[in-house]
Design a protein around this ligand. Structure first.
Ligand code: B3K
Ligand code: ZN
Length: 881
């Protein structure tokens, strides 16, 4: 179905289901191509629905085999069945049961939605609307049912049979070749949380006792032979369960918690009740096959899915417009967990980098949408950085606005009041309104209004009066469908930095709510601070307290002073980023400005040199973040119009080389000081040392290619872990030549049996900013390590290329054409992966006219392809609109 034919689903059209399903008894006999599903539904009319309404069940590519009402086969005239739905025209207006038999082919399911097979393992993915690919159902999140699931399979093929809830029975069937297992989940849930797994899997397990005293068996299932890589996930699971008990008072509620890793998965992981299914990339880890970044991601995603048990499963969403109710809140919870487990400022910096690169860019382009969208054609296209990351920022702002105590009371009230329900943003905010005694209706605009607000600030110091006046003004740019914007509620954490540190904040302004927090809730505001002995440097949006763009006119000298003196680590980091961003946007706009860039490079080089000398080793993870410049794509977004990616990249490269050159005398010594003789450990402190050491390696490769390349080779040869080997490879990609190609070859040999590691190898090559990269990527598509059928391989190689600023945006348009062709080819097999990839075009409008035209042509080509999926045509149309 093309999108113009697909209905636009609107929030305002929501109405409760006419029918409810109290219990679901599933009997599933697993077979690679002919899986039989019998579903017994206990239905009743919904008192909140329309009396006398027909029963309209959702389906997707289903074949109906049999249908019975209270055990009796239904007359053909009484119903209408198609692959896309099943309607009972005049069902009894009372409680009744329906038995539905369907047959499905998991092996042919390349969309990876519903029931499919991944490397011989049966698994499911039902969010958002995959259950309807298994059986006809009321596939909507506000229909919640109690499930009992009987799974049957050949023992040799699927010795492990898992579903949601607790295991209630399991046995061999007569003859000994087949067996079955029965799982019961006492917690009512929507169909999107249903899951099953069947296959030959190894596992690691551990007992756990909740703070409330419940005994739980935790297990992580992986492909045979990989149990040695499941320990970190299990360890992360135990830690996040304890954390949720301690920080949010949430205990686990079943006797079993299973995690299963599969190798073909459309996204990161899925929070099915009691049976989380993961992309194996976010479970498997050992020092030889996972980087420090992987260890951190596994910890965060294990926590994210586990935290959904309360924020998502116990309290789910009334409809998919409320997606941020579970996703934004759960991202906030996983960010807080990682901050407590690791370094809070470093985690915040990493999260803000990601927010800016993914969400700010989305907000600035044609795919911008509110955190709670008002309409959609394909819901799977709304699992976006806006819903997830900006959604999490809203929770963070809410906490800042009402304070920690009221936030905790509000969360407790939410858990108590909404438990077992399918809730809305309004239900959620009402809890915080009550807990804080504040009217949050203005704050709620964050859910409705798309676009990144710009905060413009300027300050004036009156030396005679010892008074400092800060002018603050906000505005939000127009976004698709929303041209007029209202002022937002911006919580602005601030400090005034003097030569000896923070100056006291004395003001009578009502916008100042104490504790260094100003609330800007109108278009502009002026605040006067008294009794200031010296002209301060304003430190605004400390901890990045609101997801806004800040325009503050400080000189490079003032920013560098702020870097040295600010008590807020985030703003120390931000100060140098701001210096670099200003220089790079200027130089990236007009190539002639390179001389100014070199002046900035000198100033930045000196500041960094002093920093590294004084306290670079005190917090290496922070130092690594300080050394890393904003990415070229960030600079392109800041420039915002008529962007020439080559000019941006050239400026970025010139600044990096100049900084590297300035630091060169110090780099080898620092690297030596950071070398560790101890055995590998994935902890945050050790990872921080590796991060800084590898950041320095990248600078050396740029500033002194010959020495840098030799160091890369040496590091590759001596490394005892993947982080250091991959960093050597990545730094080496900056130095063209035979040595680079040799290292690329050695890496592939070393990791020939490791698909997840080879994904990184594919990506490192796809990101090489040279004109030969497109040909290289095409060659690599023929490499045995690549397959268009596996989402991780596609994201590694093809996704890597689409993120290569200069090569995706080649001046001949070949980069666009290549991605467009792949999107069309992929769409036939897996629309979700195809539409994600098409999202790479989201910033096309900010390009200079020649590239803009070429990108538009490629998008037009995709949009005009006959037979596109709803996923891809929706993105194509909105991107072009
Ligand atoms: N809830 C899932 C995402 C489902 C995506 C559906 N297209 C994972 C998560 O956010 O935890
Ligand atoms: Zn989630």
């Amino acid at each position: 179905m093309r999108t113009e034919d697909a209905p636009l689903i609107r929030l305002e059209d929501y109405r409760p289901s006419d029918w409810l399903i109290d219990t679901v008894d599933l009997d599933i006999s697993l077979h690679p191509t002919k899986t039989r599903v019998r579903s017994l539904l206990a239905l009743q009319p919904n008192p909140a629905g329309r009396p006398g309404a027909p029963l309209v069940l959702d389906g997707d590519e289903l074949t109906l085999k049999a249908l019975a009402l209270e055990g009796a086969p239904l007359d053909a005239a009484a119903y209408a069945a198609s692959p896309q739905g099943l309607t009972i025209h005049a069902p009894p207006q009372r409680a009744f049961t329906l038995t539905i038999d369907t047959e499905i082919d998991p092996s042919a399911n390349t969309k990876l939605m519903g029931l499919y097979r991944s490397s011989g393992v049966y698994c499911t993915q039902c969010e958002a609307d995959g259950f309807r690919r298994i059986s006809y159902f009321l596939d909507r999140p506000d229909v919640m049912s109690v499930y009992t699931v009987r799974l049957e399979a050949e023992k040799a093929q699927a010795p492990v049979l898992l579903s949601n809830g607790n295991l209630v029975a399991a046995a061999e069937l007569p003859g000994g070749e087949r067996h079955f297992a029965v799982w019961h989940d006492p917690h009512p849930k929507p169909a999107y949380l249903f899951a099953l797994v069947g296959g030959a899997l190894d596992h690691v397990r551990q007992d756990y006792v909740t703070a409330e005293g419940r005994k739980v068996e935790l297990a992580v299932y992986v492909e045979p032979g990989k149990a040695g890589r499941a320990g970190w996930a299990l360890d992360s699971l135990e830690r996040c369960m304890r954390w949720d008990e301690r920080v949010f008072g949430r205990n686990y509620d079943l006797d079993v918690f299973n995690v299963v890793a599969v190798s073909d998965f459309n996204m990161g992981a899925m929070e099915n009740k009691g049976l989380n299914i993961f992309n194996d990339k976010y479970v498997l880890a050992d020092p030889q096959t996972a980087t420090d970044g992987d260890y951190a991601s596994i910890e965060a995603i294990i926590a994210h899915e586990y935290f959904h048990n309360w924020t998502g499963n116990r309290i789910t969403c009334r409809d998919w417009f409320q997606l941020c109710l579970k996703e934004g809140l759960t991202v906030f919870r996983d960010q807080e967990f990682s901050s407590d487990e690791r370094s809070r400022p470093v985690k915040r910096i990493a999260d803000v980098r990601m927010l800016r690169s993914t969400q700010f860019s989305e907000d600035a382009g044609p795919l911008a949408h509110p955190v709670r969208p008002r309409a959609y054609k394909e819901i799977n296209n709304f699992y976006t950085p806006t819903v997830y990351e900006k959604g999490a920022e809203i929770i963070r702002m809410l906490k800042a606005l009402i304070g920690d105590g009221a936030f905790k009371r509000g969360m407790d009230l939410y858990f108590e009041r909404c438990d077992g329900t399918a809730a809305t943003i309004e239900d959620f905010l009402a809890c915080f309104s009550e807990a804080s005694g504040r009217d949050l209706s203005h704050f709620a605009r964050w859910y409705e209004q798309a676009g990144t607000p710009t905060l413009v600030a300027s300050g004036q110091y009156d030396g005679a009066a010892k008074r400092y006046t800060l002018e603050l003004a906000q505005s939000t740019p127009p976004t698709p469908g929303q041209s007029e914007k209202e002022p937002m509620v911006l919580p602005i954490r601030l400090g005034l930095v003097g030569s000896q540190g923070d100056l006291p904040l004395k003001t009578g302004s009502r916008a100042y709510s104490g504790d260094g927090l100003v609330i800007l809730d109108r278009a502009s505001l002026s605040i006067t601070f008294e009794d200031l002995p010296e002209a301060p440097i304003p430190s605004l949006l400390r901890e990045f307290s609101a997801p806004a763009r800040l325009e503050l006119d400080l000189s490079d000298g003032e920013l560098i002073r702020q870097f040295a003196q600010d008590s807020d680590s985030f703003n120390r980091w931000q100060a140098l980023q701001s210096v670099a961003t200003r220089a790079l946007t200027t130089a990236g706009r007009a190539k002639a400005e390179r001389s100014a860039l070199l002046v900035t490079a000198r100033a930045l080089g000196e500041a960094l040199d002093t920093f590294l000398r004084r306290d670079g080793l005190a917090d290496p993870a922070f130092a690594a973040q300080v050394l890393r410049l904003p990415a070229p794509a960030d600079i392109a977004r800041e420039i915002g119009r008529d962007v020439d990616p080559d000019a941006v990249f050239g400026a970025h490269r010139a600044l990096s080389v100049a900084i590297g050159a300035a630091l060169l005398p110090r780099l080898p010594g620092l690297r030596d000081a950071l070398s560790s003789q101890r055995t590998f450990s994935p902890d945050a402190a050790s990872a921080g040392r590796r991060a800084l050491r590898n950041e320095l390696l990248g600078l050396m490769a740029l500033a002194a290619p010959a020495e840098g390349a030799a160091l890369c080779e040496a590091q590759f040869a001596s490394a005892d872990n993947l982080t250091d080997r991959l960093a050597a490879l990545a730094a080496m990609t900056l130095v063209p030549g035979a040595a680079r190609e040799a290292l690329i070859g050695r890496f592939a040999e070393l990791y020939s049996g490791e698909p997840l590691v080879l994904d990184k190898w594919l990506m490192a090559q796809a990101l090489i900013p040279e004109s030969g990269t497109l040909e290289r990527v095409k060659r690599l598509m023929q490499h045995p390590a690549f397959s268009l059928g596996n989402p991780n391989r596609v994201r590694g190689l093809i996704g890597g290329f689409a993120a290569n600023l200069t090569q995706f945006n080649r001046l001949d348009g070949a980069g666009y054409g290549f991605i467009a062709d792949i999107v069309v080819a992929l769409d036939r097999a897996n629309p979700q992966v195809a539409s994600r990839l098409l999202g790479s075009f989201k910033s096309w409008r900010m390009l200079e006219p020649v590239r803009r035209r070429l990108a538009q042509d490629a998008l037009g080509l995709v949009a005009r392809t006959p037979g596109l999926s709803r996923d891809v045509s929706d993105i194509a149309e909105r991107t072009l609109a």
